[in-house]
Design a protein around this ligand. Sequence first.
Ligand code: SF4
Length: 280
Amino acid sequence: MREINVSEIENTVRDLCIKANLYLPEDMEECIRRGAEAEKSFAGKNVFDDIIENIRVAKDETIPICQDCGMAVIFMDIGQDVHFVGGSLSEAINKGVARGYTEGRLRCSIVSDPLERVNTGDNTPAVVHTRIVEGEQVFITVAPKGFGSENMSQLKMMTPSVTADEIVDWVVGVCAAAGSNPCPPIVIGVGIGGDFEKCAYLAKKALCRSVSIRNPKPLYAELEKKMLEKINRLGIGPQGFGGTQTCLAVNIEEAPTHIAGLPVSVNVGCHVTRHAGAAL
Ligand code: SF4
């Protein structure tokens, strides 16, 4: 049994909140550069120039890539041979988020109650997804999620009779309805299967996968390709100014489901689809 002091979790979460908000993952930045080269519209190319300049300024001046520093979504893979010591794990995670957002001068966007809407002032509480895995390691991913894109996300409980093409068309329709709201070029996370909540979780998790890695199953990799092509034929373009590069990548995550259902979810990510991870 390996002991990990929760202060290590707090410090790691703090650092990851700052890192994720200042630096895009390398593959995401590379994908944006490829999109800029491929973009056919003049206005779209100009938007890409601004996006690339914005990424540079964020790095050089250590300021957030976007004014919306997101809700702190945290995925933790916890080895079953780990024992946390030194206090509450949950409190340590939220202390890490609070320190990351206040010490990193990141915008705090969380309200303590959905109807009373009072800002908590330190971006807590985080949304935390834990998974128990084999081994004695902990892997933490912090994925700050802006709500311009989150608000465009949808879930549909489909029936098993639905065809793959109908799923593709529904996903494309979600992107069409989103238009310029999620700050395109977008990244799309798609969840297929599970139950109601697992399906939404899969779509969010899909946004944390590298944009350059396709689903390992050919069936789903083909669907990712089809969706990407069709979304890009919508012509929404960078920031909605029209163009060929509305979407940079579609990542699908699938899971077993019930014989009577076929849940499908779309979590829309913007051109600032951020995540940073660390192993302890
Ligand atoms: S959708 Fe993304 S790029 Fe647009 S404001 Fe929100 S976090 Fe920023």
